[in-house]
Ligand binder design. Structure first.
Ligand SMILES: *Cc1c(COP(=O)(O)O)cnc(C)c1O
Length: 365
C-alpha cells in the first residue's frame, strides 16, 4: 500500500505563509544616487558648450533604467538613449514633454505601428529605415557610419536619399576607439563633418563617455555618455568620476580550515595553515563571475577579505585572517571599482556593470 503523504495543513495557531513577506535579501547592490548625479554634472561640464544626454540602454547599464532616468531628469538631463522600443516603453512615460528618448537600434517594419505613436523617436540607421520613416512625417534622429561599420548610413549613400522629407532632430555618429589615442578618431571626425555638409538636423551628436575627453572638436551639440555615468573611467579626464554601484553580500557561515583542507569545487584553494573563512551569499549567478576565483576582493570591518577558491553559483568564500571578528549575518562589500576590476579580471567595465544579476536587490540611497 502506498503511504499517505503527510498532511500539509497548517495548525490553527500558525500564521498563513501568505501574510508574511519574504525576508530581506542576502545580497544587494547599493547604488549611490549622489554619485550618479555628480557624474552627470561632471560629464556635462566636460562637454563644454554641448549638453550631456545619457545612454540608459540595457536597463541603465544594469542598474535600473527607471531610477536612473528619474534622477538624471531631475539633474537636468534632456536626452536619453536606449537600444530598442521595449526599453523606450519603460522610460518614455517619465520624460513626457520634458526630455527626448532616442532608440539607437532603429525602426524595423514590425516596430512601425508602435513607433509612430511612441513618445520616443527612432535613430534611422539605413536607407531602408529612412524610406520607412519618411512617410510618417515624424521626428527622428539619423546615424552616420563614419568608420565603425556597425549601424549607420555610409556618407557616400547620403546624397541618394530623400532626406528632405525627414524631420531630423540629431545627426549622430559613433566613434569606435574613443578610449584610445589613435588616428581613427580624427578620421571618423572628418567623415562625420563631411556627412554634416549633406544632411542637416536641428542638433549634432558624436561623443560617448570617452570621446567627451577628446576635447571641444568632438562635442558638437549633444554628448551621449553611458559608462562614465555609472562609474566607468577610461581616460584621465574621468579621474573624478565616482563609483555608483557597490555589490554587498551577507556572511552565511564562518568556518575554520585546518592546514591541508581543500575549499570549494575542485579544491581550487588548499589551506597551508589553519585560518577562518566566511561563506558569502553571492556567486556567479549574481554576475560575480568565476574569473574572480582566488583573485577577487571583498572588504569588511575595514579589512581586506580576499576571495579563496572557486566562485560558486550562489556562494563565495573569503579569507577572514585579517578580520577575525566578522561573524554570521555581517554584511561585506565587494571591491568593484570598474577600472580596477576590469584590469584585474580581463572583463570590460561594460561587462562588469551590465552583467550584475537581477537577484541582487537594487537599493538606491
Ligand atoms: C552605448 C552608446 C553610447 C554610450 O557609450 P559609452 O561608451 O558607454 O559612454 C553612446 N552612443 C551610442 C550610439 C551607443 O551605442
Amino acid at each position: 500500500m502506498i503511504p499517505k503523504p503527510p498532511s500539509t495543513r497548517k495548525s490553527d495557531n500558525q500564521p498563513l505563509a501568505m501574510s508574511i513577506s519574504p525576508p530581506s535579501a542576502t545580497a544587494r547592490l547599493r547604488l549611490d544616487s549622489a554619485a550618479l548625479i555628480a557624474n552627470w554634472h561632471l560629464l556635462n561640464r566636460l562637454s563644454g558648450a554641448a549638453q550631456a544626454g545619457a545612454a540608459v540602454k540595457a536597463n541603465g547599464y544594469g542598474l535600473g533604467a527607471v531610477p536612473v532616468v528619474e534622477r538624471l531628469l531631475a539633474a537636468g538631463c534632456r536626452d536619453f538613449f536606449v537600444a530598442n522600443w521595449q526599453e523606450a516603453d519603460e522610460i518614455a512615460p517619465l520624460t513626457n514633454g520634458v526630455a527626448a528618448v532616442s532608440v539607437l537600434n532603429g525602426v524595423r517594419e514590425s516596430d512601425m505601428a508602435y513607433a509612430q505613436q511612441s513618445l520616443a523617436k527612432p535613430v534611422l540607421n539605413s536607407p531602408e529605415q529612412v524610406a520607412r520613416w519618411a512617410a510618417t512625417g515624424k521626428n527622428c534622429d539619423i546615424m552616420i557610419n563614419s568608420g565603425m561599420n556597425r549601424l549607420g548610413i555610409n556618407v557616400e549613400h547620403l546624397a541618394g536619399l530623400d532626406l528632405g522629407r525627414l524631420d531630423i532632430d540629431m545627426v549622430m555618429s559613433h566613434l569606435a576607439s574613443a578610449d584610445e589615442d589613435i588616428a581613427q578618431n580624427e578620421q571618423q571626425l572628418m567623415q562625420y563633418r563631411q556627412a554634416l555638409e549633406i544632411v542637416g538636423g536641428k542638433r549634432r551628436s558624436l561623443a560617448n563617455s570617452a570621446a567627451i575627453a577628446l576635447g571641444p572638436d568632438y562635442h558638437f551639440d549633444v554628448t551621449r555618455p553611458g559608462i562614465a555615468l555609472y562609474g566607468g573611467k577610461q581616460r584621465a579626464a574621468h579621474a573624478a568620476i565616482r563609483q555608483v554601484a557597490y555589490p554587498q553580500a551577507e556572511i552565511l557561515q564562518v568556518r575554520s580550515l585546518a592546514a591541508g583542507d581543500r575549499l570549494g569545487y575542485n579544491g581550487q584553494y588548499t589551506a597551508d595553515h589553519p585560518h577562518d573563512i566566511a561563506i558569502l551569499a553571492m556567486g556567479y549567478a549574481d554576475g560575480y563571475l568565476r574569473c574572480f576565483s582566488n583573485i577577487g576582493m571583498f572588504k569588511g570591518a575595514d579589512c581586506d577579505l580576499p576571495v579563496l577558491g572557486r566562485v560558486s553559483m550562489d556562494l563565495i568564500a573569503v579569507d577572514l585572517s585579517k578580520a577575525p571578528d566578522l561573524k554570521e549575518g555581517d554584511q561585506v562589500e565587494c571591491s568593484y571599482d570598474l577600472a580596477q576590476t576590469a584590469a584585474l579580471s580581463g572583463l570590460s567595465q561594460y561587462e562588469l556593470i551590465t552583467g550584475l544579476g537581477q537577484r541582487l536587490s537594487r537599493d538606491w540611497d
